[in-house]
Design a protein around this ligand. Sequence first.
Ligand code: ADP
Ligand code: MG
Ligand code: MG
Length: 211
Amino acid sequence: TDAVTTAALGDWIRRAAAALSENADYLTQLDSAIGDADHGTNMNRGFTAVTAKLEASKSADIPALFKTVGMTLISSVGGASGPLYGTLFLEMGKNAPAGGEMSAGDLETALRAGVAGVVARGHAEAGDKTMIDAFDPAVEALSASVAAGGSAADAVTAAAEAAKKGSDATEPLVARKGRASYLGERSAGHIDPGSVSATILLRTLAEALKE
Ligand code: ADP
Ligand code: MG
Ligand code: MG
């Protein structure tokens, strides 16, 4: 079936934790160019805490799973990314249907609300050189694929590809939000680290849904 299950979402989080750990040095390297060299450490710490928490508190309910992820990220990650990714998951939890499975359209609704929550919290617009430059085109690609009848796996695969393009396109931009904005023009010429972690999240969700 095409349903997105709690089990697949748990698999997503484990895959995301593994990929963020593998890419921790790279993410920190990106953040050392235009920030404070901790993005890999922050994401790794957060998702390590999240996987431990999910092991300890198994729930069959999708909103409960997203809420646990969001709360744990907020409490375990100190940087800007903790509250922002925490908000993403909390809002996904509030906007996902109760129970253990949802449709591709439900996932679209949840992710769109999650990204809107990040925007409401961080006030970043497209082009500000943040994770929104990956998430915005991803949500649009997700919607287009769902509208065309794509499966959840197809739609998230398209979203991950759009996120990667959006992330790559942050390189020439001058940052207008977050620590990188303190550098002004000197922030140009580097990919935004948060756009890369956002892309990793979408890529690992696509992988989990293909299983
Ligand atoms: P910090 O900057 O506090 O050290 P991180 O290094 O973990 O936190 O995360 C930095 C990333 O957070 C940036 O690369 C950017 O993508 C994202 N970010 C920062 N501020 C904002 C914001 N206001 N809105 C959206 N994303 C933001
Ligand atoms: Mg940082
Ligand atoms: Mg920091």
